[in-house]
Design a protein around this ligand. Structure first.
Ligand code: FMN
Length: 206
């Protein structure tokens, strides 16, 4: 797939087919992640991969699966809401299933330093910025392979708890959870607010 096609077709997807991603394809998309730019030239990134239901349940145990999709307010948002409200209404009830039902969960860890959780400037966040370059490469490579990804940012102590149950070293942080798999035919596709480059470009000064 052409790079621009992958960029334009990539969408966060929360509904998957029950179909397994082959190991060689999984390796290809992780290798694409490893080509990302890195702030310290060291690529201190590690990936925990989960396919077995028991392992998935273990890692997802800290996600509160409590938002009921039948809530009137969510149903109303899905029909009458702004694109942002519709995305929220679709996403919130699926935070667990969009990961559990994906073929694999990829957990990208990055080596942290004291600045990441107590930043004093944008550069304090370099380890986090680098892993997000990795994550976007993974999303684009997955799209190029006909796959799709879900993604959740761990909330509060969630990431530290996941790291602990998986035995990650203390100086590695979990950036997010990624579910990867084949998108369901009837997956929810929420319209986005569209922008053109012209609307966002400021020549000379803002
Ligand atoms: C930093 C960041 C955090 C996000 N957190 C979540 C999340 O916790 N749960 C979720 O379902 N989606 C999450 N998303 C996905 C967004 O909802 C999604 O990217 C956005 O609605 C645009 O849709 P698109 O990616 O399909 O273009 C996150 C995206 C980003 C970039």
């Amino acid at each position: 797939m052409d790079l621009y096609d992958a960029i334009y077709n990539r969408r966060i997807t929360r509904d998957f087919k029950a179909q397994s991603v082959p190991d060689d394809v999984l390796q290809k998309i992780i290798n694409a992640g490893l080509q990302a730019p890195t702030h310290d030239h060291l690529r201190n990134w590690e990936f925990v991969i989960l396919q077995d239901s028991k392992d998935k349940k273990n890692a997802l145990q800290f996600i509160k699966n409590g938002v009921n999709p039948q809530l009137e307010i969510l149903k109303q948002m899905l029909t009458d809401g702004t694109p942002q409200q519709k995305m929220y209404a679709d996403a919130m009830p699926k935070q667990y299933t969009m990961l559990f039902n994906a073929s694999h969960i990829i957990l990208p860890f990055f080596k942290s330093n004291s600045g990441v959780l107590k930043p004093t400037s944008v550069s304090s966040l370099n380890p986090l910025s680098s892993i997000w370059c990795v994550i976007e490469n993974i999303f684009l490579a997955a799209t190029a392979e006909g796959l799709a990804c879900s993604m959740r940012i761990p909330f509060g102590e969630e990431g530290l708890n996941v790291a602990k149950v998986l035995g990650a070293p203390d100086d590695y942080l979990l950036a997010c959870y990624i579910g990867v798999g084949y998108p369901a035919e009837d997956r929810a596709v929420i319209a986005q607010v569209g922008y053109t480059a012209k609307q966002k470009m400021h020549f000379g000064k803002w």
